[in-house]
Design a protein around this ligand. Sequence first.
Ligand SMILES: Nc1ncnc2c1ncn2[C@@H]1O[C@H](COP(=O)(O)OP(=O)(O)OP(=O)(O)O)[C@@H](O)[C@H]1O
Ligand SMILES: [Mg+2]
Length: 409
Amino acid sequence: MSSLPEFYTGAPVDPVDLRFREEFVAELWETLRTRHLVLTAARRTGKTSVMDHLRDHPRNGFSTVLINVQDLTHPADFFQGLLDAFHDAHPDFVRDQLAAGWKLVGGALGKVGEIGIGGFKLALRQSDPDWRENWRQHGDRFLKQARKTRVRILFIVDELPDMLLNLSREDAALLREFLAWFRTQRLNPAPAKDSIRWLVGGSVNLAGTLDGLGQVDLINDLEDIPLPPLTDGDIRAFVTEMLGGRGVPYQEDVPPRIVSRLGRPIPLFMQMATQDLYRLWKKEQREIVASDVDAIFESLIVSPGARTRLQHYYSRIRQYYADRKRSISYALLGQISVCQSGLGRAALLQVTDRVLVDSGIELPSHERRQLFNQVLLDLENDFYVIEVKEGIYDFASGVLKSWWRKYYA
Ligand SMILES: Nc1ncnc2c1ncn2[C@@H]1O[C@H](COP(=O)(O)OP(=O)(O)OP(=O)(O)O)[C@@H](O)[C@H]1O
Ligand SMILES: [Mg+2]
């Protein structure tokens, strides 16, 4: 029993416990032979867990470096962070090879001992008072040094879309410069001839983000590999292992009931619900039945834990969608949440028209339709809804749908 994986209810799954991703991980390594990749998927679905696995179990001779860039606001921070992560992961390599003949980094390494914990990053930051103006030059040099070593290096950059949004808010021109720089670096030399690979990812659809900023052309060389959703079979296997493996007795219809309550699953909620069933068994020491699953989901949705994890889906729209799109999005999601199995385009367009009329906005019909299409595309790109059948849209996650219905319909 001791080899059973833990329940993970928020933190990325430790690479030794990662399941259901074997084929996907193999596909990523295969594609990385010749391409740079972008990995996007909805929140809490397991992107970082996969990235951690790539970092810890590199293949095809790659060395890996992973950073999370969610809170960064300048390309200078990006390179400092990347160099620091590199140093954390491969200190000897950075000292002996990457820094060879590179004064900026060699000097910083010399000071690490004096400063103590976090020393390298601090020393690096102090190594050039004009880092922010010189980011491009340092970035070029960094990659040149890395290529000179001839070691294959995979840079894994988590939450890049967030960093790009931060950049766009600080300085739109800077965003464009950074994207253009990054694109040039990815194309010269061509990836198949380059010793460096990039795998970038995040919870916001990169193409959607950049399309909104009018710059999607700057990333269209990246191969977009979506993280596959867990299948019904995966969920049943998970429940069987996590409950059965712990000696919890349950009726046959328990795993399928979990499948249907999850809807298209957010793996985090699969973990939380199964853990709650396990706790119920520990407390009551009786066989688990399907109605327990229903009760667990009802309380999961109103639990503070779920609330903090779902709230960002709501807030994100307020934060990132401009006025009109925001009120239309809220209205559409509210309507979809109360429908059994999704809503058709015509009905959704009517909802949009009503919002516009209520807000006193008059638009010619082709503009209304254009706005509507754009909103629907954003909601799809940001993983709120999916087209379940042709022209019919429903929430991408069953849990999110129930939660939305409860609080925002
Ligand atoms: N392969 C998996 N099997 C079971 N559960 C998983 C799996 N991958 C992820 N999870 C669940 O999803 C949660 C979030 O995982 P992870 O942090 O990797 O996702 P993420 O997509 O990076 O999330 P975020 O959007 O917050 O960055 C984990 O705590 C775990 O509950
Ligand atoms: Mg993550």
